[in-house]
Design a binder for this molecule. Structure first.
Ligand code: C2E
Ligand code: MG
Ligand code: MG
Ligand code: MG
Length: 275
């Protein structure tokens, strides 16, 4: 009996794995088809100065209008796109779209997300600069968001890329900060404009382990202060989190409390409405 039920469990497991594999294949086929159309769109989430809630920029977030499943967030398909390299093509569609909107949007800058592998690719910076040039856009209004992994696995190359972009006006912000290596010794070597404090610490500020999160945010603020760079708190959902971040010295914030990602950007000088 034990054996039989073991085999049953195994059969169920196999069936689930098969199902999952088929779903991934489906998704990959859909992704390939979608690349020729206009199914990838940018949503924009405001980035706000915590002192007065003024909108200082937006982060562009990738969305896929799937023909049958509706609007998908990156978490639902980006893994599949990364495994086969499709994400880079999708990223370029996304970046072109964002750059074409730079002149329309009046509020500060727009930041785009660049995956580590994409950031490492040979012509990333040149291609981005060509795209900006061809659109007649102002490079100073575009920023890139990268994670620590992108910096550390090939330091000389990362330095070259960042300096080239910065020379032309494109600044970089470090995304999800605190979750990676957070090796304090390397940071000063890179031209980084801003650290984005990972959402998990912001959520933690009001949770059970608040002391740890507060300690982490304090440490990040001290580091940023010493290096003369700004911080953005990610994933602010409550007024309490916003108030605590401000108290801890965080300059800017982003999160559902301050504005959800949307197709339309908020105008310059607008003040985010706190619900
Ligand atoms: P990220 O760059 O850290 O972006 C922030 C994520 O947090 C976004 O998820 C955003 O919708 C979500 N978020 C914002 N405020 C809140 C909040 O208050 N609470 C909660 N729970 N979540 C909040 P999204 O749009 O699903 O994107 C997930 C990740 O996908 C991004 O994380 C980024 O790493 C990646 N991504 C987004 N757009 C692109 C893109 O164009 N290209 C590439 N390669 N990756 C992208
Ligand atoms: Mg980001
Ligand atoms: Mg982030
Ligand atoms: Mg994140």
């Amino acid at each position: 009996r034990a054996k039989a039920s073991g085999r049953d469990r195994c059969a169920v497991f196999d069936e689930a794995m098969r199902e999952q594999a088929l779903q991934i294949l489906d998704l990959e086929a859909d992704l390939r088809r979608a690349i020729n159309g206009d199914s990838f769109i940018a949503h924009y989430q405001p980035i706000v100065r915590l002192g007065d809630n003024a909108v200082i920029g937006h982060e562009a977030l990738l969305r896929w209008r799937h023909h049958s499943r509706g609007l998908l967030c990156p978490g639902e398909f980006i893994g599949v796109g990364e495994d086969n390299g499709l994400i880079e093509e999708i990223d370029w569609l996304m970046y072109a779209q964002v750059i074409s909107r730079l002149s329309v949007c009046s509020a500060g800058y727009i930041s785009i997300n660049v995956s580590p592998r994409h950031f490492r690719s040979d012509d990333f910076a040149d291609r981005l600069l060509r795209l900006i040039d061809a659109a007649g856009a102002d490079a100073r209004r575009l920023r890139i968001e990268i994670t620590e992994v992108a910096l550390l696995d090939d330091v000389p190359r990362a330095l070259r890329t960042l300096h080239l972009l910065r020379h032309h006006g494109v600044l970089a912000q470090l995304d999800d900060f605190g979750t990676g290596y957070s090796a304090l010794s390397y940071l000063h070597r890179f031209p980084i404009e801003c650290l984005k404090i990972d959402r998990s610490f912001v959520a933690g500020l009001t949770g059970d382990s608040r002391h740890e999160s507060i300690a982490v945010v304090r440490a990040i603020q001290a580091l940023a202060g010493a290096l003369g760079i700004h911080t953005i708190g990610e994933g602010i959902e409550t007024d309490e989190q916003r108030a605590m971040l401000r108290e801890l010295g965080c300059d800017y914030g982003q999160g559902y409390l301050l504005g959800r990602p949307a197709e339309q950007m908020l105008p310059a000088e607008s003040i985010a409405l706190i619900r």
